[in-house]
Every structure is written in C-alpha cells, then in structure tokens.
Write a protein that binds this ligand. Sequence first.
Ligand code: DQA
Length: 142
Amino acid sequence: MKVLVLNGPNLGRLDLRNSAIYGDMDFAALADFIRKSATESGFDADVRQSDSETQLISWLHEAADAKTPVIFNPAAFTHYSYAIRDAVDMLKAPVIEVHLSNPLSREEFRHTSVISGVVHGTIGGFGPDSYRLALIALKALI
Ligand code: DQA
C-alpha cells in the first residue's frame, strides 16, 4: 500500500541545520531511511519535501482525493498554519504527525501544534526513528 510522507520547510536542508537537534542525516539519507522502513512495514513510501505551504496543501488535497495515508512532518508550519491544518482535516485515510526533535522540550513557540488536533497521533523526539515508528503505527491502524 502506498503512503505519502510529506516534509515541510527547511527539512530539505538538514545538512545545514543544528545536528545536536536534528542529527547527522541529510535529507537524501533520511528519505532513503524512510523508504527502507516503509518496505519493512509493507508500504511503498512516496517521500516529498517542500518549503512552500501552497505545494504542501496541494499534495494534501491529492492524498485526500486518492484516500492515501499520510505521514507528515509539517516542520515550522506545525506551529501556526491553519491552512495546512484545514487541509489535513480533509484527509480520508489515517494521518500521523511526526517530528525529528521533541518540540515540547524546546522553545515555547514550538509547544503549540495546530496540526495535532486533526491527526490520529503524533510521534516526535526519536530522530529518523520517529518516521519508522509512525509507519509501524500506521500499519496497525490500517
Ligand atoms: C520539526 C520541529 C519544528 O519545530 C521545526 O520548525 C522543524 C522540524 C522536527 O522535525 O523536529 O523544522 O518539525
């Protein structure tokens, strides 16, 4: 079964971000890790990244139309994008929010997720394993 794994702004440049928070994998390595983990859980992962809210919303609409399950790291949009929240709310198949870091242990502005209220669950703080755990959870849900 197909799963769409969406990644928001700045995740495409993990190589430039604080490795103490985000680890040592660049985005290409993370995408490979996600695809391999997906295969292990019986999924075929379509891994995408965009810095654009418009693009992410259009991919969410595509997933809603096709009833495709979604694993989503909205990155900074997590904390303030009502437009992305509304698009996530339209999804028909399960959707899981993931974060590499644990936003609740970081700055106060990261403690709010406007997305969490419209997803099945949230997994954060385990680095790339957040995605692997989300795939396991998704398999159990479907
Ligand atoms: C993030 C956490 C967000 O607060 C941050 O803006 C990101 C990445 C994570 O994966 O830990 O860009 O979603």
